[in-house]
Design a protein around this ligand. Structure first.
Ligand SMILES: [Zn+2]
Length: 496
């Protein structure tokens, strides 16, 4: 009898096991089917395409860029004065080099050295375009000067390349825009819509005397540009080598900016009898605690779209992960966190940039201070950053304050369906063979941010693909990239 019961139990047990096994198998099959379906749905490769051959070349532009580099329009710091004689020289250079523009267009000066040129279009009912560039450059540190292969402000042209501070950031934009317009004027061309050329003189410090002021002029005059184009994205061949395709990234949103000041005050004293914890110790711990973690990762719409558009060119494994974010989000974020560039695209960053304490080797300071610089992802705010920092420190002896003067919340983003985006996208697509065009999140700030209040078509793109030394040593641009910029602006102005 017992045997029979035992046999029955055993067979029930076996049936149950089989059922569980079959269920797991079925779930696995469904799971794999879903993963594969998601991976293979849509495009699995990016079609190649030819580009239109543009024969137009400008022989004088390199010489003019070289001359522009030789004028030291340096922004030293927000509170430091500029050398006005250099900015006056730059104005004279512009007037002498581009006489037709100065005869035909009107120029307004803002705070003396920032300029807005107005080029009246045929059809004033069309919303205008704003083409931007900045004339100021960052300084070259004395220690870095000797590391340059050429004098940093020499404007040397060698190996079909123009060398010097500002060659890339951002005199190339100013010169390319001016070359294009001067040439078109000589051809008696009048644009369909009005075009404003806007050149700031303090982008490298804050843009508060230049772009901020002239963008206010647009607002006061109720001018709503359809497109505002400033420096930013490029045609990137380096970071997407695995795709074997150039990827042109158009900045359509910008991270925000906030500084947080941390202060610790604990009475100091003689260094021969230290307290268990000094102001420096407490501040140190606070810094370490903030740096030990990151604010939560997020895929903003720009980066999400970038991953989407490049996905078909990725390996099978990456494609599967990117196509099934519901399962592999952690893995994808982990991979993006590996490099500082991609980490900054999915995180609000926080890093200490100034630390102050102490005046003498044998005195324990009673006050220690640090400043954290944060770049805020769209979707998060400076308040979120503040709350995160206070929580991470978790020590009431550390006071945290937002610097109100420099706060900039993250920008709104320009839709990829906006006519301005479509237009830039189209020109790039037609002029660069096999290119993938994508929106992108700007992790640094540019002058164009001030235009968000008057335009929902603000974009950041420079049509260059192989520039070097941005803010660093041996800044330079090839003649081919300079010509590409000019061709790009020409297309932008003349194509409907
Ligand atoms: Zn710049």
């Amino acid at each position: 009898m017992q045997d029979i019961i035992f046999m029955e139990l055993k067979s029930k047990y076996n049936t149950m096991l089989k059922f569980i096994f079959k269920s797991i198998l079925a779930i696995l099959v469904v799971l794999i089917a879903v993963l594969l379906f998601n991976t293979f749905k849509g495009n699995n490769s990016i079609p190649t395409h030819k580009a239109e051959v543009v024969s137009y070349t400008n022989d004088t532009a390199a010489e003019h860029l070289s001359q522009a580099i030789q004028i030291k329009t340096i922004s030293f710091g927000d509170t430091l004065p500029i050398d006005t004689s250099e900015f006056l020289r730059f104005r004279a250079f512009m007037e002498n080099t581009y006489p037709t523009i100065h005869r035909t267009l009107t120029r307004q000066n803002f705070n003396e050295f920032s300029y807005v040129y107005t080029w009246k279009g045929k059809d004033t009912t069309l919303q205008p375009y704003v083409l931007m560039g900045h004339m100021d450059v960052v300084p070259v540190e004395a220690a870095a000067e000797s590391k340059w292969q050429v004098p940093s402000f020499g404007g040397v042209i060698k190996n079909d390349t123009i060398w010097g501070r500002g060659a890339v950031d951002d005199k190339v934009a100013v010169i390319s825009i001016m070359e294009t317009v001067e040439q078109l004027l000589k051809e008696n061309y009048t644009p369909e819509r009005t075009i404003y050329l806007c050149f700031g003189h303090d982008e490298e410090v804050s843009g508060k005397r230049g772009a901020k002021v002239f963008s206010n002029w647009f607002k006061e005059n109720n001018i709503k540009p359809e497109l505002v184009l400033d420096e930013g994205g490029q045609i990137d061949r380096q970071h997407f080598q695995r795709l074997n395709r150039p990827v042109a990234v158009i900045g359509n949103s910008e991270k925000g900016y906030v500084n947080l000041d941390l202060t610790v005050e604990i009475p100091g004293g003689h260094s021969s009898m230290p307290l268990k914890e000094t102001a420096i110790d407490v501040l140190n711990k606070a810094i370490v605690n903030i740096r030990a973690q990151q604010m939560p990762a997020m895929l903003t719409p720009s980066i999400s779209e970038l991953l989407n558009r490049t996905k078909p060119g990725e390996s099978f494994v990456k494609r599967m992960a990117l196509s099934n974010m519901w399962l592999f989000k952690g893995l994808v974020y982990g991979a993006l966190e590996q490099s500082k560039e991609t980490n900054a695209m999915i995180h609000t960053t926080l890093v200490p940039t100034i630390v102050h304490a102490g005046i003498k080797d044998n005195v324990i300071p009673s006050i220690a201070k640090a400043t954290f610089n944060s770049r805020i992802l769209p979707g998060q705010t400076s308040d979120d950053v503040y709350n995160f920092v206070v929580k991470a420190i978790n020590d009431e002896r550390v006071t945290v304050k937002k610097q109100t003067i420099s706060i900039m919340e993250p920008s709104a983003s320009t839709s990829i369906e906006h006519p301005s985006f479509k237009k830039i996208e189209n020109i790039i697509y037609k002029s660069v063979p096999d290119v993938i065009v994508s929106p992108y999140l700007m992790i640094g700030a540019t002058d164009s941010r001030y235009f968000r209040k008057v335009s929902d078509g603000v974009l950041n793109f420079s049509a260059v693909q192989d520039v070097k030394g941005f803010h660093g040593i041996d800044e330079r641009i090839g003649k081919s990239d300079l010509n590409r910029m000019i061709q790009f602006y020409r297309a932008l102005i003349t194509e409907k």
